[in-house]
Design a protein around this ligand. Structure first.
Ligand SMILES: Nc1ncnc2c1ncn2[C@@H]1O[C@H](COP(=O)(O)OP(=O)(O)OP(=O)(O)O)[C@@H](O)[C@H]1O
Ligand SMILES: [Mg+2]
Length: 148
């Protein structure tokens, strides 16, 4: 995983793209805890380039926060990643990706398809993530300890 950016507003995407163009066919992994602004960031990206794990959970079970749907949502996510990388299509992965093992699997997946991988790390302060988390509907809230 390479280049780290601090980025919290959708408009930042245009600035980042202007400063450091992202090569076509890159797997862009967003990394950050709940409430750090990953989904907000993707609003500056063409929607077909975004694979959002919450959206896949919602497609599986009707509830984006349904953790029981995660395994199936991840399977769908992996199919979509491979489908796009095989065609050298850029994709943004909107999931937390904070666990080393999860990131290692992404590195492996990008390598297998010989595609570049870029990490965008959201360094939003903990107190802001906690506040945003507490303001969410109950089914979209994570236990505060998960954020610490
Ligand atoms: N730069 C910002 N300024 C103000 N509000 C923001 C900003 N970025 C995100 N938010 C708000 O913070 C909340 C959480 O942001 P967002 O949904 O993008 O987080 P997330 O990282 O995708 O979280 P999760 O991993 O739970 O999906 C949203 O209500 C969003 O509108
Ligand atoms: Mg999100």
């Amino acid at each position: 995983m390479a280049n780290c950016y601090r980025s919290m507003t959708p408009n930042d995407h245009a600035m980042i793209a202007a400063r450091a163009p992202i090569a076509t066919g890159t797997l862009v992994a967003l990394i950050g805890p709940a409430g750090s602004g990953k989904t907000q960031f993707t609003h500056g990206v063409p929607s077909h380039e975004v694979i959002c794990l919450d959206a896949l959970r919602a497609m599986v079970s009707g509830d984006p926060g349904d953790q029981d749907a995660t395994a199936e949502a991840v399977r769908l996510q992996n199919i979509l990643i491979d489908a796009r990388l095989t065609r050298s299509q850029t994709l943004y992965l909107d999931s937390t990706n904070v666990e080393v093992a999860v990131r290692a699997r992404l590195v492996e997946r990008a390598r297998r398809q010989e595609r570049p991988l870029l990490a965008i790390v959201f360094t939003t302060p903990l107190d802001i993530c906690l506040r945003r988390n507490s303001e969410r509907p109950t089914n979209r809230r994570v236990p505060p300890d998960v954020l610490r």
